[in-house]
Design a protein around this ligand. Structure first.
Ligand SMILES: Nc1nc2c(ncn2[C@@H]2O[C@H](COP(=O)(O)OP(=O)(O)OP(=O)(O)O)[C@@H](O)[C@H]2O)c(=O)[nH]1
Ligand SMILES: [Mg+2]
Length: 219
């Protein structure tokens, strides 16, 4: 029997990602793809940023999770559209899923969409969603050696947020070493150090988001 090899899966995803990007641009919506290993702090960072962001922007969240809507439930205090995608075991979001979300959201009425990707330090790098920027939240509990081991994610990231800095003193970790390895893998990458659960440490993060939104509006 002849074996059919599906070589065009990524091509299809990337074409759909480009469609999504066009839709976002047409409607002047800025989109962040938030990625990380499981538990690095994406939901905490989003939750503690929403008061700041919803004050300035008309927002929506697209939440990726394998089976539950636990993360999405943490955002319900905010009066914004939340679109839950359950991948049913899938380890990343893809452009088709985001395309379905776009159909359901009124892009015309939005400035800013935050996508929380599925926790995974490998696959999300390969799937263009059409977002403007990719954020990689990196918990210092993950050790010093991951930027080179999981280089594709670090290469694709526009910013690496080194999280859980509050517990750094209790760990045997050299954060400068982590940062210089990130820069070796991706010299142009912005790196911030913060504690997502301590809103007083998030000022530089808010500022980065604000500047990126501004720079897109001038494109
Ligand atoms: N000490 C400390 N704990 C944090 C910080 N940020 C997040 N956490 C904790 O880390 C755990 C995981 O955080 P989440 O925000 O759920 O991580 P996530 O990346 O959204 O996880 P998944 O969606 O499951 O991949 C929770 O218990 C948070 O309270 C931080 O800055 N410091
Ligand atoms: Mg989460």
């Amino acid at each position: 029997m002849k074996i059919k090899v599906l070589k065009n899966v990524m091509l299809k995803n990337n074409a759909l990602g480009a469609d999504n990007r066009w839709e976002f641009k047409k409607n002047s919506v800025f989109v962040l793809n938030m990625t990380s290993s499981p538990g690095a702090g994406k939901t905490t960072l989003i939750k503690n940023s929403l008061a700041e962001f919803t004050d300035k922007y008309k927002m929506a969240i697209i939440e990726g999770d394998l089976y539950t809507s636990r993360d999405a439930e943490q955002f319900t205090d905010f009066d914004i559209p939340i679109y839950q995608i359950n991948t049913e075991g899938g380890c990343h979001l893809d452009a088709k899923m985001i395309h379905a979300a776009i159909d359901d959201l009124d892009l015309n009425d939005l400035d800013f969409i935050l996508i929380e990707n599925v926790g995974n330090l490998v696959c999300p790098a390969a799937f263009d969603l059409g977002a403007d920027r990719m954020v990689l939240v990196y918990s210092i509990t993950e050790g010093e050696d991951k930027p080179k081991k999981y280089a594709t994610m670090f290469e694709k990231a526009d910013i690496v947020v080194i999280n859980k800095m509050d517990i750094a003193p209790h760990l045997n970790i050299d954060v400068d070493k982590v940062e210089s390895e990130i820069k070796e893998v991706n010299p142009g990458c912005k790196v911030l150090r913060l504690s997502a659960d301590k809103p007083e440490t998030l000022k530089e993060w808010y500022e980065w988001v604000r500047k990126e939104i501004e720079s897109k509006s001038k494109e």
